[in-house]
Design a protein around this ligand. Structure first.
Ligand SMILES: O=C(O)C(=O)C[C@]1(C(=O)O)C=C[C@@H](O)C=C1
Length: 378
């Protein structure tokens, strides 16, 4: 060992010793925390109340972020606490989550971001299968893509939401970076490109400029496309890094999505509902409505929101498929459906609607940008 590295080691050693002591203390506290969670689980078991409480988890994360002196980044604290709560939750009850598989999809990434790693993921082939798994009780929760910042809404999810008896209980978004992947890491011998239609749409500009002659084929998921590419050297796939790792593919080109800030928002489905979040965490409520086929109907339907001072954060239409140019409107409003002002607004809104469905209330995803601080304390 050189003299230089000996002196570096001498300087590092006391800091490592201190880290060892801190880690021992952290583990003691984590065990103590886990024992409390286990007790909470026993109490919940007596009344059959839901173990997973997204509104409480958001509150815990927000308090932890605000307690920090800023040395650790908010997103770092958030992911540490997600994993702590995931491990604690697993002592209360095993968490099962259905997602759009196979492994390596952005749905899987969103699932781990929301629930942590101490869960059992159940890979489904189709979005509708995720709904069915939760409805049938094969899985406690399901996670489905709702909208993408480049391509807009995921229509199969919107259609399945119309029919389901499940509620939306939380939302989570992940950055979506696409790569062009092959077995060899080159385009030699490649005759076609597979991906999910949404992903092909998110990369259309890049594909037109760089590989205009390669036919684009639709796959049920990016993971499925990656699987195909791993089995056939004439196929390239558009998928993320995790799919590349899962199926042993190499990138030919990285970050080929047309928008560098490309993100997908996912929603979590369950049979259970949620309770209103504690301030400063805010809730939103998702609704589907249709209005009578007459002039000014949508204007009259939305008037109660204005009257009760309720903010609308999303408004989107989808054909009712009745062949009569009628539409379902997918609406998000701020607030929880159990809070008095929202109850009043929704009562008035229902009176104006031909169809009304409350998809559920859930905590608004927290954005841990660099300047984040809401004042909540541990
Ligand atoms: O507070 C609760 O209800 C708990 O069960 C504890 C806990 C946690 O680890 O903090 C675990 C699971 C829930 O989703 C929320 C929080």
């Amino acid at each position: 060992m050189s003299q230089e590295s000996q002196s570096t080691d001498k300087e590092i050693q006391p800091l490592r010793e201190e880290i060892n002591q801190i880690d021992a203390r952290i583990v003691e506290l984590l065990d103590k925390r886990a024992k409390n969670a286990r007790k909470i689980g026993e109490i919940k078991g007596k009344t059959d109340s839901p173990v997973y409480r997204p509104e409480r988890e958001n509150e815990v994360i927000l308090m932890a972020v605000n307690h920090s002196d800023g040395t650790l980044k908010p997103e770092g604290i958030s992911s540490i606490f997600k994993e702590i709560m995931s491990a604690c939750r697993s002592l209360e009850k095993k968490t099962t989550v259905a997602f759009l598989g196979p492994r390596g999809t952005f749905s899987e990434m969103a699932m781990f971001k929301q629930f942590g790693r101490s869960i059992q993921g159940i890979a489904c082939d189709q979005i509708e299968e995720v709904f069915r798994a939760v409805e049938a009780g094969t899985s406690q929760f399901g996670i489905v893509p709702m909208e993408n910042s480049t391509e807009g809404s995921v229509n199969r999810t919107l259609d399945a939401l119309l029919r389901t008896s499940l509620s939306i209980i939380s939302e989570v978004s992940v950055p979506v970076h696409h790569n062009l992947l092959t077995k060899s890491g080159t385009l030699e011998g490649i005759t076609r490109i597979y991906s999910h239609p949404q992903s092909l749409g998110q990369c259309v500009g890049w594909l037109n400029s760089n590989v205009p002659d390669l036919p684009r084929m639709s796959a049920s998921s990016n993971g499925e496309a990656a699987k195909k590419a791993s089995e056939d050297p004439t196929i390239a796939a558009i998928a993320g890094e995790t799919a590349a790792e899962a199926f042993g593919l190499k990138p030919v080109f990285e970050h080929i999505q047309d928008d560098a800030g490309n993100r997908t928002r996912f929603v979590v489905l369950a049979k259970q509902g949620t309770e209103p979040s504690k301030a400063p965490v805010k809730d939103k409520t998702s609704l589907i409505i249709s209005v009578p086929h007459k002039a000014g109907a949508i204007y009259h339907a939305l008037k109660p929101l204005d009257y009760h001072n309720v903010s609308m954060t999303k408004f989107e239409s989808r054909p009712a498929r009745s062949g009569t140019w009628e539409y379902y409107f997918y609406i998000d409003i701020e607030g929880h459906c159990k809070s008095p002002d929202i109850i009043r607004a929704l009562d008035d809104l229902k009176d104006e609607c031909a169809f009304f469905k409350n998809l559920g209330s859930y905590p608004i995803e927290q954005d841990f940008g660099p300047k984040h601080n809401t004042g909540a304390k541990l």
